[in-house]
Design a binder for this molecule. Structure first.
Ligand code: TMP
Length: 203
């Protein structure tokens, strides 16, 4: 059945499960013959690689330098992957987008809103749907502790609370809030069903 390619974005604080969920959603869409690409930001561009070094604590970056790098990486992401994918009748299932920059690099809610406008002004394409995997900063911290692994730049609970509050302030009204405490299968199926509706493949 023909459908126009659409852009689906998954957002959430660290530990909310958005990478696992978005990958599974992409797999299920493929089994339904819905051509799609799973993609994430930060990308593997030179800017993205520098960002990963920062996240792992290998280099230091001021907040302004972080913002600049995330924007450069996004320009790369939009030009190299997002636009070409959408033009080729393939849907995009993306792990993080400019809402992350607003929430993470925003000092407070007002600054987060400024960063969102900055991204929109650059003409980066708007997603068709944004799924926010909603989990409290306390629960997300517990999950990250259970999961183990190295600490990253924004791991601290106070930081995650700032980021969570920024998200709530800047996410578009149409954002679909998904209860991230539910079973993985339930969360994934909920998102897939909504994507099918968005693609008019379901009534
Ligand atoms: P990950 O959890 O998807 O691997 O994301 C990497 C980290 O980068 C995560 O802590 C969120 C952060 N980040 C920003 O600070 N700003 C951004 O614009 C993006 C895309 C990610």
């Amino acid at each position: 059945m023909p459908f126009k390619s659409q852009f689906f974005v998954f957002e959430g604080i660290d530990g909310s499960g958005k990478t696992t969920v978005s990958k599974k959603v992409s797999e299920i869409l493929s089994t339904k013959s819905i051509s799609n690409l799973w993609h994430r930001e930060p990308t593997d561009s030179i800017h993205g690689q520098k960002i990963r070094e920062f996240l792992q604590g290998k280099i230091k970056l001021t907040p302004d330098e972080q913002l600049k790098l995330f924007l450069l990486d996004r320009e790369f992401s939009v030009n190299e992957t997002i636009l070409p994918t959408l033009k080729s009748d393939t849907c995009l299932v993306q792990d993080r987008y400019y809402f992350s920059t607003a929430a993470y690099q925003g000092r407070d809610e007002e600054h987060a809103a400024d960063i969102l406008y900055m991204n929109e002004d650059k003409g980066f394409p708007e997603p068709n749907r944004v799924y926010f995997l909603d989990l409290s900063p306390e629960e997300a911290l517990e999950r990250r502790n259970t999961r183990g692994g190295n600490k990253e730049a924004f791991d601290d609970e106070k930081e995650q609370t700032r980021i969570y509050q920024n998200y709530l302030a800047i996410l578009p009204e149409s954002t679909i809030f998904v209860d991230a405490t539910a079973d993985l299968e339930e969360v994934v199926n909920f998102c897939v069903e909504d994507i099918l509706l968005s693609l008019s493949l379901k009534t």
